[in-house]
Design a protein around this ligand. Structure first.
Ligand code: HEM
Length: 413
C-alpha cells in the first residue's frame, strides 16, 4: 500500500493521468500506479484501487455504495460551492437500493438480449448507409471514423430507442459532452475551475428542461419508444415520478452518446495497428465477438468507476472509513498480469479474456448487449467493405479521462 506521507510519487502519477498529453497512451502510468499497490489518501478521503482482484472485490463488496451525495468529498464540495444546480434526483447509476432496484427493473426490459437482437436489421441498415457515405467521402481523401461511423451510429440508435428526435442531436450533443466530462473524478482532487463547473451545471439544467418538454409532448402523442413506455408506467400508478423519468432518459442519452462510440473507435484503431486482425475480421465476421471483448480489455471505453464506502470496510490490508470514495481503475486492472497473460498485447485469440469493462454486480451495464451488437455490426461491415484501410494520421483524443475516447480518427480507405 502507498500513502502520500510515505512518498509523493503515487499522487504525482495520478496527476499525470490528468494531463491531456497522457490521454493517447495512459497505460504506462496505469501500470506504474498498479505496481505501487492501492493508493490510500486519507486526508483526501480517497483510495485508488488498480489491481484486478481489488477492483473486482470492491465491485462485489456488500458495503459499497454508488450514491455519492453522502460521501465526505461531496459534502465538502457542497459546503464550498454555490450556484445553479439541476433539480431532481440522480440517475439510477448513482443510486442504491431500493430506488436503484426499482428504477433499473423498469428500464431493463428494453435492454434484454432478445429485445436488443430485434434491432439488428435497423442497425445493419444504418451502418450500410454510413459506409456508403464514407465510401463517397473516401474517394477524395481520408475519412474520420468517429464523425462518419462510430458517433452517428449509437446516437441514432439511442435516439430511436428513447423517442428523442435525432434532428435535435446537434442541440444536445454539446450538453452530453459536458456532462460526460463531469464524470472525471480527479476533479475532486485537483480542484476544478468554477467556470467549467458552472457550464456543466447549466448543461445539466438545459438537458433536463429539454427532456421535460419532450415528455410533455409524448404525454399527448405517445410513440413506440422507451420514453412513452416510462410515461405509461408513471401514469398507471406510483412506480416512478416524472423527475425519475427525466433522470433515466438523461442517463441513457449520455450513455448512448459517449461510450459505444469509443468501443467502435478503439477496436478500429487496434485493428489498424494490427493489420492482420483487420484483414481476418473482414474475411470472417465470426471473429467479431473476440475483437470486441479484447478491445474491452485492452482499451476500455470506461476507464474507471467510483464507489463510496457505505460503512467502514476492509480491502486487503486497507481499512476504508464510511463515507470515503474509492476509485477503481478498470483500465489498469485489465493490464494486471495476475488477471491476463501478456496484458500489453492486443490478442483477440487469447485463451481467456478477463475484463470488467461493463462493470460488475448490481450496476452491471444495462446497455452491454446493445453496445456489443452495434459494435459487432459496425466492425464486421467496415472491415469487409474497406479491406485496404490504413491509418492516415495519429488519432486525436478528447480530454476526458473516465469516458476516454478519440475526437478524430483519420483513415484512408
Ligand atoms: C461500450 C459501451 C459501454 C461501456 C463500456 C459501458 C460501461 C458501463 C459501466 C462500466 C457501467 C457500470 C458503472 C458502475 O458500476 O458505476 C455501466 C452502467 C450502465 N450503462 Fe453502460 N456502457 C456502455 C454502453 C451503454 C449503452 C449503449 C447504454 C444504454 C443506452 C448503457 C447504459 C448503462 C446504464 C443504464 C448503466 C447503469 C446501470 C446501473 O446503475 O444499474 N451503457 N456501463
Amino acid at each position: 500500500m502507498a500513502t502520500v506521507t510515505d512518498d509523493q510519487a503515487p499522487q504525482a502519477l495520478l496527476m499525470q493521468l490528468l494531463d491531456p498529453a497522457c490521454r493517447a497512451d495512459p497505460y504506462p502510468s496505469y501500470n506504474r500506479i498498479r505496481e505501487l499497490g492501492p493508493l490510500h489518501l486519507p486526508e483526501s478521503n480517497l483510495t485508488v484501487f488498480s489491481s484486478f482482484a481489488d477492483c473486482d472485490e470492491v465491485l462485489r463488496h456488500p458495503s459499497t455504495r454508488s450514491d455519492r451525495t453522502n460521501s465526505t468529498i461531496t459534502q465538502r464540495q457542497l459546503e464550498a460551492e454555490s450556484g445553479p444546480r439541476p433539480r431532481g434526483p440522480a440517475s439510477f447509476l448513482f443510486l442504491d437500493p431500493p430506488d436503484h432496484t426499482r428504477l433499473r427493473r423498469l428500464v431493463s426490459k428494453a435492454f434484454v438480449p432478445k429485445v436488443v437482437k430485434a434491432l439488428e436489421p435497423d442497425i445493419a441498415a444504418l451502418v450500410d448507409g454510413l459506409l456508403d457515405d464514407m465510401e463517397k467521402a473516401g474517394a477524395s481523401g481520408s475519412v474520420d471514423v468517429i464523425a462518419d461511423l462510430a458517433y452517428p451510429l449509437p446516437v441514432a440508435v439511442i435516439c430511436r430507442l428513447l423517442g428523442v428526435p435525432v434532428e435535435d442531436e446537434p442541440k444536445f450533443s454539446h450538453a452530453s459532452g459536458l456532462l460526460a466530462a463531469s464524470l472525471d473524478p480527479f476533479l475532486a482532487l485537483t480542484g476544478h475551475t468554477s467556470d467549467l463547473f458552472d457550464e456543466q451545471m447549466k448543461a445539466g439544467i438545459w438537458l433536463n428542461d429539454y427532456l421535460r418538454d419532450l415528455i410533455d409532448a409524448r404525454r399527448t402523442a405517445p410513440g413506440a419508444d422507451l420514453m412513452s413506455a416510462l410515461i405509461a408506467v408513471e401514469e398507471s400508478g406510483d412506480q416512478l415520478t416524472e423527475d425519475e423519468i427525466v433522470a433515466t432518459c438523461n442517463l441513457l442519452l449520455i450513455a448512448g452518446h459517449e461510450t459505444t462510440v469509443n468501443l467502435i473507435a478503439n477496436a478500429t484503431l487496434a485493428m489498424l495497428r494490427h493489420p492482420s486482425q483487420w484483414a481476418r475480421l473482414g474475411a470472417d465476421a465470426s471473429r467479431v465477438a473476440a475483437i470486441i471483448e479484447e478491445t474491452m480489455r485492452y482499451d476500455p471505453p470506461v476507464q474507471l468507476v467510483g464507489r463510496i464506502a457505505g460503512e467502514d470496510m476492509t480491502i486487503g490490508d486497507i481499512t476504508i472509513p464510511a463515507g470515503d470514495t474509492m476509485l477503481l481503475l478498470l483500465a489498469a486492472a485489465h493490464r494486471d498480469p495476475a488477471a491476463n497473460e501478456r496484458p500489453e498485447e492486443f490478442d483477440p485469440a487469447r485463451e481467456s479474456i478477463r475484463h470488467i469493462g461493463f462493470g460488475k454486480g448490481a450496476h452491471f451495464c444495462l446497455g452491454a448487449p446493445l453496445a456489443r451488437l452495434e459494435a459487432s455490426v459496425a466492425l464486421s461491415a467496415v472491415t469487409a467493405r474497406f479491406p485496404n484501410a490504413r491509418l492516415a494520421a495519429d488519432p486525436v483524443y478528447k480530454a476526458n479521462l473516465t469516458l476516454r475516447g478519440m475526437s478524430t480518427l483519420s483513415v484512408v480507405i
